[in-house]
Design a protein around this ligand. Structure first.
Ligand code: BGC
Length: 558
């Protein structure tokens, strides 16, 4: 059976535009420091642990690290509730360790990105402590305050992502404050010039210490409708309401306000003062994420951005083809297929009954051939599946609220397994804050280092393929096509054209070569014993085994 292809509108295949930076083509390893490595022995990862694990990170052939929050925090949202933007939580270490970490990373050739959480702080932050005291203190307008409606209820119908209303009452001010996440994460008022000044000074503080840029948290929540209008309801056609009531609103007023652009411009101006520094944004998975990537990634905004929309969809050629074509310039897209906010891709997308090793190799080569930036989440290089936790083991308030229908994010946040035979797989000498599953210990770094064809070795080979190929790193993307289980695209640079074809399903498929001529196959990393795609005797069809990849060089376009 041959297929007829539906050709997707193709983005430009020209090369990097005026907003391109070193992020284009780079692979950034995301370190979730609480779970990376614990040197202090208290069961919580720390910066000394990060420092110690950097050799492993460098050995993967990545270009940099993004370190999730390590700032002073009550840890209610595990560091995304910042109580001091310019310090290190004592549980994590101190600024001297951070400086050593940056120095060591740079010596290893790794750039360092840190999180800049601008949209909200912890309620323990001195800024909020002051703001909530009265309506006329110096920081009275640093957060989003609003009077109650005449009947005492909240100013509008906005909801928190994590459940419940987005408003909380402050008795001293007789006002509500806005929070898009936990009630202990009040939203900062980014329209107040003094707040933006403070955040830009924070960015400068970390750049002075040598960081190469920022992962900008929750960009879509930076600005809202100044009139505080209520969101309209979505037309919900299912018999039962959705699990999370947040899904019942069209988020047209509480987030994604056009003022986000001018806020990003202030941040961009700040990083522009330090050569080579970059902004990598996190966008929500609300509809239109591709258009927002295009709108925010400009020389006045972010360098690149990721959204979890793709990760929240089923694994499909169509999903990838749409993500590839939605953003107009490939260098704007960042791929974060796994991270601390979603179930790990190795289990989320594993087709039923499929061989995890074959699926791991497919993901590794797919990631290595995609344009733009890639974020690789700690443990992804080990092929770790998501951890299944019991209710009593949960830490994430999001999961605690929605258990058992949605177990939250702890399953992707359990500790890194370093040494299979040590307690807690070598993560910590103490009781870890989240358990280390036995199946993760069996996939520990030391064991994989000794195993030929391990997931780790496949990732190293895939990243070396990307690193060693200019066309894969910075080339354009063209001819994005999807048909059924097959995804294909070309990467182009000058006269060079590479054709990449992926069979995303655990069953064979056929790809019609259609006048493309026979591409010259290139070696790609595969799982041990995996079957290789083959061209039929008449040269017209490529037979793609289950979960396989074909990478071939094409003749230049006439
Ligand atoms: C972070 C989450 C966090 C949320 C609220 C997100 O973008 O990645 O982990 O819960 O922001 O701070």
């Amino acid at each position: 059976m041959t297929q007829s292809f539906f050709r997707m509108p193709s983005p430009t295949d020209s090369h990097a535009g005026p907003n391109a930076s070193w992020l284009n083509g780079a692979t950034i390893y995301q370190i979730y420091p609480l779970s990376f490595r614990d040197r202090g022995g208290d069961g919580w990862g720390d910066l000394d642990g990060v420092l110690e694990g950097l050799d492993h990170v460098a050995s993967l052939g990545v270009d940099g690290v993004w370190i999730s929050p390590f700032y002073p925090s009550p840890w209610k949202d595990f560091g995304y509730d910042v109580a001091d933007h310019r310090a290190v939580d004592p549980r994590m270490g101190n600024l001297a360790v951070f400086d050593r970490l940056v120095e060591r990373a740079h010596a290893l050739g790794l750039k360092v990105l840190v999180d800049l959480v601008c949209g909200h702080s912890s309620d323990a932050h001195p800024w909020f402590r002051e703001s909530r005291r009265s309506r006329d203190n110096e920081r009275a307008d640093w957060y989003v305050w609003a009077d109650p409606k005449p009947d005492g209820t909240a100013p509008n119908n906005w909801l928190s992502v994590f459940g419940g209303a987005a408003w909380n009452w402050e008795p001293r001010r007789r006002q509500y404050y806005l929070h898009h996440f936990l009630a202990s994460q009040p939203a900062l008022n980014l329209h107040a010039p003094a707040v933006m000044d403070a955040l830009c000074e924070t960015a400068a503080f970390w750049m002075e210490r040598g960081v190469d840029g920022f992962r900008i948290d929750a960009v879509d929540f930076f600005a809202h409708d100044p009139q505080l209008r209520s969101n309209p309801a979505v037309v919900w056609r299912e018999a039962e309401p959705p699990l999370k009531p947040f899904a019942l609103q069209q988020h047209v007023y509480d987030m994604m306000h056009p003022a986000v652009g001018s806020i990003l411009a202030r941040l961009r101006e700040t990083v522009e003062r330090y050569p080579g520094r970059v902004l990598l944004g996190e966008l929500s998975s609300q509809p239109g994420a591709g258009q927002r990537i295009a709108a925010y990634c400009t020389p006045q905004g972010l360098h690149a951005a990721y959204t979890l929309s793709l990760a929240k969809q089923p694994f499909s050629a169509k999903g990838f083809a749409q993500a590839l074509t939605a953003a107009p310039r490939p260098e704007s897209i960042c791929w974060s297929l796994s991270n601390h906010d979603v179930e790990r891709a190795a289990s989320r997308w594993l087709p039923e009954g499929a061989d995890p090793a074959a699926f791991n190799a497919l993901l590794a080569v797919l990631v290595a051939t995609l344009p733009g930036t890639v974020c690789l989440y700690q443990g992804e290089e080990l092929g770790l599946p998501n951890a299944a936790l019991e209710q009593h083991q949960l830490r994430d308030p999001f999961g605690i609220t929605y258990w058992p229908e949605f177990p939250g994010r702890d399953g992707s946040r359990t500790p890194m397994p370093w040494r299979a035979d040590e307690p807690n797989a070598g993560f910590s000498a103490g009781e870890p804050w989240l358990p280390v599953p036995a199946e993760h210990a069996a996939l520990a770094v030391d064991r994989q280092e000794r195993t030929v064809g391990s997931p780790l070795s496949v990732w190293r080979a895939a990243l070396a393929l990307r690193h060693g190929s200019e066309v894969l790193r910075t080339g354009g993307v063209a001819a994005v096509e999807e048909h059924g289980d097959l995804l294909s695209f070309e990467r182009t640079l000058g006269d060079e054209r590479l054709l990449a074809i992926f069979n995303l399903a655990d069953r064979p498929a056929e790809y019609a070569l259609r006048g493309r001529g026979e591409p010259l196959p290139l070696a790609v990393p595969r799982a041990p014993g995996a079957a290789v795609p083959e061209v039929t005797a008449d040269g017209r069809t490529l037979v793609m085994p289950p979960l396989s990849v074909f990478l071939g060089s094409l003749r230049p376009n006439p």
